[in-house]
Design a protein around this ligand. Structure first.
Ligand code: SAM
Length: 485
């Protein structure tokens, strides 16, 4: 019988089925235990310190009790605290990125993904380096600075050498005032050696969704191909960290299994990374299953409604306060608007999920043939930027942290130090100004400079504020770019 051990490097010991089941039973038994719920909420609340705020986070058991709780006032309290935590550590900034699909060749049999080997409906495509360049120019012309590259798993069509070549190409393109300053990578689980190659290529976060933490379901949902190996997949983040990558991004694909099970597993994974490597996940993504070629989401029984989805997101925010939460264009504008108040700190914008979906297509044109899944939020990046500002957020194109070596626990310390308003805030305003100057529509530009003027006043240190003001002046008056703290 395997024991639960967050420090173990064996998947079945740190994602321990027995521990998850006991957690769910404990949460169910305590879902109306107001005294316990209040004490958990109190623990989760941000506490003021001399320099800023401090947050303790929650264990997977505590957070599971909140997720199980059905008392309306307590749920409102969870939402309120989620927003307080978001504001305490991330302010009103929202980081923006776009996915770049490199190749949909795939040898796996994932039953929910249109890239699965047996899908003959979808044309297979892989970008040449010339095409990567064209995509990157199109993304730069939209205003993007941060990408997440995506690819199926195929040892001969998309080997690691191909991925590295694409990363090098992406970083080499400097079109007008544009450049891509951070490439995050979402590719299949791989070896320590390959993770080291990704690290050496200068990637930001390595993202890998677990899809489901429920082993039996995992094996059935990934019936064939290398992804079938649950242990290899689940232990990937440990190999990534061994390979030198210290920003890793977790996620589950909601809809595949029972969400309470996934939620506990996800937080146990975060606790495991913290216990073994001293640093939790940099980000958590919350994708929901979508319609796609050869995929009908109604075939899966575990779809979650918008209220449950909101509750999950807020509970993640309470449990891991220093981890970014990402929401993609799988979700509609309405859902994204709601979740932005519950702890989300990164959104994608203007996304295309097809291979070669950016270059040569106007804003309202969408190639569907190689698409990975339906995109709900089909607005342009300019519309997304405008919407964020209308809702009181600051769209940020900042990529400073990892370029200044603030990754892993160094990023977490910045988060905890209370210095974010003197660092991330001016960086957000400077990168937003670059966007406004180089890419925004007149209406977005006008709105944006109002936001910049207002938000500059919130930088506490006068010296920092002055430098930020001067840099923004330089951005407006010249082609000087890429200022950062
Ligand atoms: N091939 C890589 C892997 O195996 O992890 C990752 C790339 S895949 C392009 C990115 C993610 O898309 C997957 O991890 C999965 O969670 C998600 N995905 C697959 N099919 C989906 C669907 N029908 N709806 C929403 N998301 C989906």
């Amino acid at each position: 019988m395997k024991q639960y051990d967050p420090k173990s490097l064996k998947a079945e010991e740190f994602i321990h089925d027995g521990e998850i089941r006991e957690t769910l039973a404990y949460a169910e038994a305590n879902k109306n235990n107001v005294e316990l719920i209040d004490s958990i909420l109190e623990k989760a609340r941000p506490k003021k310190t001399e320099t800023g705020y401090r947050c303790e986070g929650l264990t997977h058991r505590e957070a599971s009790v909140l997720l199980a709780c059905e008392i309306p006032e307590k749920i409102e309290e969870i939402y309120k605290i989620a927003e307080e935590i978001k504001l305490a550590f991330y302010g009103n900034r929202i980081v923006i990125f776009a996915p770049l699909y490199l190749s949909n060749y795939c040898v796996n049999g994932c039953v929910y993904c249109p890239y699965h080997l047996k899908n003959k409906e979808i044309p297979r495509k892989k970008l040449t380096q010339e095409e990567v360049r064209a995509e990157v120019i199109a993304l730069q012309d939209m205003g993007h600075k941060r990408l997440a590259i995506e690819a199926g798993e195929h040892p001969t069509e998309n080997p690691i050498e191909y991925i590295i070549e694409c990363i090098n190409t992406i970083y080499s393109v400097h079109h007008k005032n544009g450049d891509i300053r951070r490439v995050n990578v979402n590719i299949a689980a791989t070896t320590v050696e390959n993770y080291r190659k990704l690290k050496d290529a200068g990637i930001g976060t390595y993202i890998l969704f677990q899809e489901t933490y429920h082993k039996e379901s995992y094996l059935a949902l990934h019936p064939t191909g290398p992804k079938h190996d649950y242990d290899y997949h689940t232990e990937a983040m440990d190999r990534a960290m061994e390979g030198g990558i210290d920003d890793v991004g977790l996620g589950v694909l909601f809809g595949l299994e029972l969400y309470k099970y996934e939620f506990a597993g996800l937080l146990m994974h975060a606790e495991h990374l913290e216990a073994v490597h001293g640093v939790g996940p940099h980000t958590i993504s919350v994708p929901r299953l979508k319609r796609a070629s050869d995929i009908d989401p109604d075939q899966f029984d575990n779809g979650i409604d918008d209220d449950t989805f909101a509750k999950i997101t807020a509970c993640i925010r309470l449990a891991v306060p220093y981890t970014g939460i990402i929401i993609s264009t799988r979700e509609s504008e309405a859902v994204r608007t709601r979740l932005l108040h519950l702890g989300v700190s990164q959104v994608s914008g203007g996304s295309r999920t097809s291979v070669g979906g950016y270059a040569g297509y106007a804003n309202d044109e969408r190639p569907h043939d190689t698409e990975q899944f339906d995109v709900s939020d089909q607005r342009s990046l300019d519309e997304v930027v405008h919407w964020l500002m209308e809702n009181g957020h600051i769209p940020s194109f900042c990529t400073a942290c990892y370029r200044e070596g603030r990754t892993g626990d160094r990023f977490m310390s910045l988060c905890k130090s209370g210095q974010i308003l003197n660092c991330c805030h001016p960086n957000a305003l400077m990168t937003l100004s670059e966007y406004l100057e180089d890419y925004a529509s007149p209406a977005t530009r006008a709105k944006g400079y109002e936001v910049v003027a207002r938000e500059l006043d919130r930088i506490p240190k006068e010296k920092v504020r002055k430098i930020a003001e001067e840099n923004i002046e330089a951005i407006r008056a010249s082609n000087r770019r890429d200022f950062r703290f």
